[in-house]
Design a protein around this ligand. Structure first.
Ligand code: NAP
Length: 316
């Protein structure tokens, strides 16, 4: 189903919640978020500010090239001025950091994203730490990680923020729910757990040393699978009526993309479930664009205020 502007009608949702396996359509929801971003960009441009995003790509990794191209296209479509810096695989740590430092100083650039993973020999953590926290639209700088943990203003990592946005846009509340996150990476597992905790969920984080994953998952009202293991989560582990967010992106034996959850079986029991592809993935890009506009508004002394159907920008 396709969410319209803002939220779903309650009556509509109630009718559907009696059925099982409603698709949490990330592609459609991301389009709605992106339309909202385009409106926020237009408001800033009308106020004399052009939001800008710099994407740094080091080397020739084919997957990274596709990701960067998609981000560039999506940002441009929303009216964001994008510059992609393509650097050779042989780029040194010092050269890469110099590019990031230059972008930090560039007033036309409000968001900086260094596409990961970097080629071997480059220190990713060190590069992330060189990015100005207020331009860190990937939300990976230690200052933004600390802000998330402390529940204060910062920039959120895009995939976890996209998971929560997808739930919000379908009026799926987390308060009091038992959320089981599978995976504890800095990129997805830990921040999504922290965001769920911030929404007053009771959170369990599972990982490779978890003794009985099936038993943990079976207790979940909401499952977030972020492992990178094709169809690890079996359909019969899913509690009837649970919500399933499948972050995993894996190549199946037939070459097709599959998630970390056995979609066919799990969708028979879940109340809501994300497909792969077309679930969490598109939300990640939408949140990158949203972060860029938010960063731009903050850096130029504007305040974005939450209003009924989106955000309103004004001068602080
Ligand atoms: P990661 O850094 O490799 O982390 C994987 C996590 O899974 C680790 O915490 C690991 O535990 C845990 N794990 C491994 N085997 C397990 C098992 N048998 N049972 C329970 N937990 C297990 O991966 P990531 O960066 O978080 O990404 C996870 C997946 O999401 C990948 O498929 C990635 O491609 C995808 N992804 C998608 C998006 C998107 O936009 N949709 C964005 C980012 C990532 P240990 O900590 O104990 O090793």
């Amino acid at each position: 189903m396709v969410p319209h502007e803002g939220h779903l009608m309650t009556e509509e949702r109630n009718q559907e919640s009696e059925m099982t396996g409603q698709i949490l359509d990330g592609k459609a929801t991301a389009m709605v978020v992106r339309e909202g971003v385009a409106a926020r960009v237009a408001a800033l441009v009308a106020d004399g500010v052009q939001p800008g995003l710099a994407v740094v790509l080091v080397g020739e990794d084919p997957a990274s090239q596709v990701y960067v191209r998609n981000k560039d296209k999506a940002a441009s479509a929303a009216g964001i001025a994008v510059q992609t810096r393509k650097l050779a695989a042989e780029t040194t740590q010092a050269e890469l950091e110099a590019v990031v430092l230059e972008l930090n100083e560039d007033a036309a650039v409000h968001g900086i994203l260094v596409q990961l993973p970097l080629p071997k020999g480059l220190d990713e953590q060190r590069v992330v730490e060189v990015i100005s926290p207020e331009k860190d639209v990937d939300g990976l700088h230690p200052a933004n990680v600390a802000a998330l943990v402390q529940g204060v203003e910062g920039l959120l990592p895009c995939t976890p923020a996209g998971c929560i946005e997808l739930l919000d846009r379908h009026d799926i509340a987390l308060e009091g729910k038992h959320v089981v996150v599978i995976g504890r990476s800095q990129l997805v597992g830990k921040p999504v757990a922290q965001l769920a905790l911030g929404r007053n969920a009771t959170v369990t984080i599972c990982h490779s040393r978890t003794k009985d994953l099936a038993a943990e998952v079976a207790r979940a009202d909401v499952i977030v699978a972020a492992v990178g293991w094709a169809e690890l989560v079996q359909g019969d582990w899913v509690k009837p009526g649970a919500v399933v967010l499948d972050v995993g992106i894996n190549r199946g034996e037939d070459g097709k993309l599959v998630g970390d959850v056995d979609f066919e079986a799990a969708s028979q029991r879940a109340s809501w479930i994300t497909p792969v592809p077309g679930g969490v993935g598109p939300m990640t890009i939408a949140m990158l664009l949203s972060n860029t506009v938010m960063a731009c508004a903050r850096q130029t002394g504007r305040v974005e205020t939450l209003i009924e159907d989106g955000l309103e920008t004004s001068r602080s």
